[in-house]
Design a protein around this ligand. Sequence first.
Ligand code: PLZ
Length: 445
Amino acid sequence: MTDRAELPPIPPSRQVVTAIPGPRSLALAERRAAVVAAGVSSAVPVFLERGHGAIVVDVDGNRFIDLGSGIGVTTIGHTDDAVVAAASEQLRRLTHGMFTISAYESYVRVAELLAEHTPGDHAKKSVLLNSGAEAVENAVKIARKHTGRSAIAVLEHAYHGRTNLTMAMTYKAMPYKAGFGPFAPGIHHVPGSYPFRDGLSGADAAARTISHLEKAIGASDLAAVVAEPIQGEGGFIVPAEGYLAAIQDWCTANGVVFVADEIQSGMARTGRLFASEHLGLVPDVVLTAKGIAGGLPLAAVTGRAEIMDAAHPGGLGGTFAGNPVAAAAAVAVFAEIERRDLLAEGRRIEATLRPALLDLRSRHPVIGDVRGLGAMLAIELVHPGTLDPDPAALASVVRFALEHGVLVLTAGTYGNVLRFLPSLATTDEQLLDAVGVLDEAFAAL
Ligand code: PLZ
């Protein structure tokens, strides 16, 4: 029995009690090396045992302030009590139904919640899936069926997944694509908006993108533009003001489906439920995954009813897609966001973290840019006074932080972005303690 009441509570602070990695992690690493495929690597060398709220504990008893949330998944906190209760209850009642054989309520409830809470008040429908990549794949299927066109445009620096189609849509070759081709045809990368590097206004960046869409692809062949409102793996790139709204308007005028990949930026990550809301977007289709079910695997494609219904009955589905336990967890996540006013927590985290990061930048010139929204913030490291990426400095900082009980993640096409995806349960004290560690890490460079 794993009754959580029997587990001792986890203190809300970092504490490192062994070398990192400790002896138990090292022993597990040895077992792992013998049987886990080399292609699956881990960013940090410790094995986790438990987590709660903003803290994770490794198998050697080291406690870390987790500023990554498993890449933005445990957004409302590790082992959130409401998620654990809802999932446990559903696990006992019905673990699997297979929605395409026999339906159950939690799936429908998640679709209702998504219809209510995604941007826009038009009629919406959803299909539930297991992973972000699967959501992207299904959005492409649906957009092609709806438009009768085949081409798909994605932005430079985009990340959309690791399946064959989504590898084609992901921008960065190493480590995501190198040697894994050939890739699905019909995918076109077009320039986007990266204010720190291109210096373009939203209008100028949009004009450049639209020129590519019109000249290199042709609107009459284009089924969809798929874009992350804030690019995640690409480096937490917030587009210049008005950029994506202009792209969305162009899509609407040309019968092209505008798909917002909110897999990393959505579900209360940015102080709004969806980053699209900050940017004035009402996407035709919104993709969710990661944070939607508090750590259980679930993803969704939610879109205008007439677009979503273009796929014929039987055309969409999957064995585990919309699993009842994951769906029950998602219902609990939506309820907790409301009950605990977690959108306000996202804004609180930004109000605490952004000034602290700006203060770091004022003292450490390797920090070229501070950007992001809500609890999705990042700093980009460059050789001082230039735009030349400094991935080596980043690696040292991340290593130092881990050795001092702070788990932070990297990102960026150039491998030089330190990203913060703290859970909304992270306290100001934990945030400032972690920034203090980073301050020391930068000083030690
Ligand atoms: N779209 C915007 O961020 C997942 C994956 C990291 P899956 N990003 C983190 C890794 O190394 O695998 C992601 C995303 C955006 C799609 C995806 C894909 O989601 O659930 O990983 O398939």
